[in-house]
Design a protein. Structure first.
Length: 182
């Protein structure tokens, strides 16, 4: 099975991107989607054809053993992909509109992710408690920045305050990402 990613054009260059999560999350929460290895093989084919790659750690899910699982995922990624051809890596913690929870619990009763401690954020979405999100982002960022030092690593759907705690050296450009990609 070939995993299909998203394609985006940056400065005239086509960039393919994939969502990546630990195998446990893919198996239990992303039913019907390509397994991580298939996604990485597809990304590797794109890299070999000369295309840049984007990766999305989104949604990052809190569960017992998340550190080991995400660190293992990062290791697998860089066993398959050339970090020099990874143009960006986004990180976003699980978040959703409160109305989604009821519908998701009805449709995906076996899912455990909706039972975590989620609080309403300033945008009205249910999110993990800010210190937990910050910790998750910081730990994953440390591993990613060592593995792919040239890649642009950024946060998705997070406040300037969270950015400041996780990525103090990067500015949001007025709350928007546009300036990071130019």
């Amino acid at each position: 099975m070939l995993a299909i990613g998203k394609a985006k054009q940056i400065n005239g260059q086509l960039v393919f991107s994939w969502s990546v999560n630990p195998g446990l999350i893919v198996k239990n929460e992303e039913k019907g989607s390509a397994v991580l290895l298939d996604r990485l093989k597809a990304a590797q084919k794109c890299q070999k054809a000369g295309y840049a790659i984007g990766l999305h750690f989104d949604p990052i899910v809190n569960f017992s053993g998340w550190e080991k699982a995400y660190f293992g995922t990062i290791k697998k990624i860089f066993q398959q992909l050339d970090p020099e051809q990874i143009i960006w890596i986004s990180m976003g913690a699980l978040r959703f509109n409160p109305n989604v929870k009821k519908a998701a619990l009805e449709k995906y009763a076996q899912s455990k992710i909706y039972y975590g401690e989620l609080l309403p954020g300033m945008d009205g979405k249910l999110r993990y408690f800010r210190p937990l999100r910050v910790k998750m982002f910081q730990e994953i960022y440390k591993k990613l920045s060592k593995a792919a030092p040239k890649a642009l690593i950024y946060l998705c759907m997070e406040s300037p305050e969270v950015w400041q705690e996780v990525l103090p050296q990067k500015r949001m450009n007025g709350g928007r990402l546009a300036g990071l990609f130019s």
